[in-house]
Design a protein around this ligand. Structure first.
Ligand SMILES: [Zn+2]
Length: 232
């Protein structure tokens, strides 16, 4: 069937590059191989992401030709999602802190310019529930995957849809792309965040070889407290 509505045009383009340019497994150069593009609906408009994907080209390496994606991608959107993590964080806050119904959340998102169907709000709410239920310690699948991988590079991001709202902290592994822990906190102090990072570190079973964040002061402090000696 022919598409009746024109595909909406992105409001802006964002190019994401990898912070790491050395292979985490063999230390060789990660070569820039191709771009991955997708469009994400965020609270600040429709964003066309251009992700610069790198790969290790060392045939002897365990990560030979495995794509290494920009670390910052996961702060914007979860894998295979068309709505940004900020939208998911807002849906969760409106539902659980402000006790709004799905139709009310839908109206609120539409008022903020997010083109979304009401049933998609329900999906995003499910996704929020799954996300905060991620208890890494219970996850056999993740533990096996990380054991095989031998190490992790953590990405730590705090999403606060509006000033005064709680912060949704998401800790991911950049090598596998997996979310290790997500939790909503009313405060964003470094002590609270350090407790979360400590919890992640204690349950991984593999070393943390690096941490990537947007460099907020509270995150820096928390990493120093919880993960001394890990390059940030
Ligand atoms: Zn390598």
């Amino acid at each position: 069937m022919a598409r009746t509505a024109p595909r909406p045009q992105p409001d802006r383009e964002q190019v994401l590059k990898t912070v790491h340019q050395r292979c985490p497994a063999c230390g060789g150069r990660l070569r820039y191989r191709y771009d991955n593009r997708h469009t994400v609906a965020t609270l600040t408009g429709l964003v066309q992401l251009q992700l610069q994907i790198r790969r290790c080209e060392n045939p002897a390496c365990a990560r030979h030709r495995r794509p290494y994606r920009p670390e910052g991608e996961g702060a914007i959107v979860l894998p295979q999602h068309e709505f940004g993590l900020d939208v998911i964080a807002l849906v969760g806050t409106l539902r659980y802190r402000e006790h709004r119904s799905v139709p009310e959340i839908h109206r609120s998102l539409r008022e903020r310019g997010v083109a979304i169907a009401e049933r998609t709000v329900t999906h995003l709410l499910d996704r929020y529930d799954e996300l905060v239920a991620t208890a890494f310690t219970d996850h056999d699948r993740l533990r096996t995957l990380l054991a095989r991988q031998g190490r992790v590079i953590l990405a730590v991001d705090g999403l606060q849809p509006d000033v005064g709202h709680e912060v949704l902290w998401v800790v991911r592994d950049c090598l596998s792309g997996e979310v290790l822990l997500a939790r909503s906190l009313l405060s964003a102090t470094s002590t609270d965040l350090a407790v979360l990072l400590h919890e992640v570190a204690a349950s991984l079973g593999v070393p943390i070889v690096g941490v990537v964040s947007d460099g907020q002061h509270s995150v820096r402090l928390a990493v120093r407290l919880a993960l001394p000696g890990v390059p940030h």
